[in-house]
Ligand binder design. Structure first.
Ligand code: FES
Ligand code: FE
Length: 375
């Protein structure tokens, strides 16, 4: 399977997909064009597996937008189903984006068609005597959904490969942290005036750390660690903690408890395309869930997950809130800089190999090869 190419100049993308050392950053229009974002919404968001948050926070019914596709989630216990959020009568959404409902049936707000939580049409007012009307032909359109380590994922176009194949080796890398057993300790929401991909690229290198993250460099050497090169639609690596530092916090001390069975000397930074950053610490898991709202605007939901019973997550929240804001300021400045008519895509430093991996994934997708196509 291939995708239609993104509305970008193929010559500009030729520089992106060159081998590391010869490749360049994405062209400016990839970060500024509404048309490119429209393509990304359909293919990189709706066409892949997008994260819709934590199972523990999912109500019985929720409306969501995945890329450009409205989705309805229903939940029965730990079982999650996804459907096109499009009534089979005349197309009204069953719940608005972000809306939720309780109850065992889904009722369309427009003319009152009623569906069961598994998508079957249960009632259609005034249709009882309509000849030839068969409710079985008017069930909601099901979409692939998957609960993974406590997060809910949906493939809104319905044509991505199974989630296991998509996530590849990431599943095992995350497993020791057992995020499904952790609870939400804190959450911050940010609106960043930068393209969503700049946040990914910034996340994939610590070349910038000595310049803008004094607190981070005090607990973790910016040139430490390695990047992974394993199967799956993700990019990431690890960094070491300095001797005597227990975790990423302002003084390097943990106010929580070590997660059993996980590496206590290393922090893993993993980005699953398109919208989930997973930062795995010895004592907590932090995620950034990103949603582009405009080419130059991204909503970020940052969550700290910890074992139940940790009294005060401030040690981790304060450290990362400060670091987040340093990163957002840098990304916003890059957004302004690349909107300049004088911007030309620059080369990568030797320690920006993970950024190269990331832009290669995106550059190939722009040319029509989905992130699971390999190559
Ligand atoms: Fe849903 Fe008419 S559009 S009942
Ligand atoms: Fe940073």
């Amino acid at each position: 399977m291939t995708w239609p190419p993104a509305p970008l100049d193929p010559d500009e993308l030729a520089g992106v997909v060159r081998p590391f050392g010869a490749s360049r950053m994405l062209p400016a229009r990839a970060y500024t064009s509404a048309e490119v974002l429209g393509w990304e919404h359909r293919h990189l968001f709706a066409g892949t597996w997008s994260c819709l948050g934590r199972l523990a926070e999912l109500p019985a019914q929720r409306g969501a937008t995945v890329g450009d596709v409205p989705v309805l989630l229903t939940r029965t216990g730990d079982e999650v189903r996804a459907f096109a959020n499009t009534c089979r009568h005349r197309g009204h959404e069953l719940l608005p984006d972000g809306g939720s409902a309780d109850g065992r049936v889904v009722v369309c707000p427009y003319h009152g068609w009623v569906y069961t939580v598994d998508g079957a049409l249960a009632a259609a007012p005034r249709f009882r005597d309509v000849p030839g009307f068969d409710p079985a032909e008017h069930g909601l359109v099901p979409l692939p959904a998957r609960v993974w380590h406590g997060w809910v994922f949906v493939n809104a176009t319905g044509d991505a490969p199974p989630f296991e194949e998509y996530a590849g080796a990431l599943t095992e890398l995350v497993a020791p942290y057992a995020p499904d057993r952790l609870t939400l300790a804190a959450r911050h929401s940010y609106e960043v005036r930068a393209n969503w991909k700049l946040l990914h690229e910034n996340y994939q290198e610590c070349y910038h750390c000595p310049r803008i993250h004094p607190e981070l460099c005090a607990v973790s050497p910016p040139d430490s660690g390695d990047n992974y090169d394993l199967p799956g639609a993700w990019v990431g690596g690890s960094m070491d903690l300095r001797d005597g530092m227990a975790t990423m916090s302002v003084d390097g001390r943990s106010g929580g408890v070590p997660l059993p069975g996980v590496d206590q000397r290393r922090v893993r930074y993993l980005a699953l395309l398109p919208d989930l950053l997973l930062s795995l610490h010895p004592d907590y898991v932090m995620t950034h869930r990103m949603r582009p709202v405009a080419p130059d605007r991204t909503r970020v939901e940052c969550s700290w997950l910890m074992p139940g019973g940790v009294a005060d997550p401030t040690y981790a929240v304060e450290f990362w809130d400060r670091t987040n804001r340093q990163d957002w300021a840098a990304c916003e400045s890059v957004q302004r800089g690349l909107a300049s008519p004088h911007f030309r895509p620059g080369p990568f430093a030797p320690n920006e190999d993970a950024v190269h991996q990331w832009v290669t994934l995106v550059g190939r997708a722009y040319r029509g090869d989905p992130p699971w196509a390999g190559g």
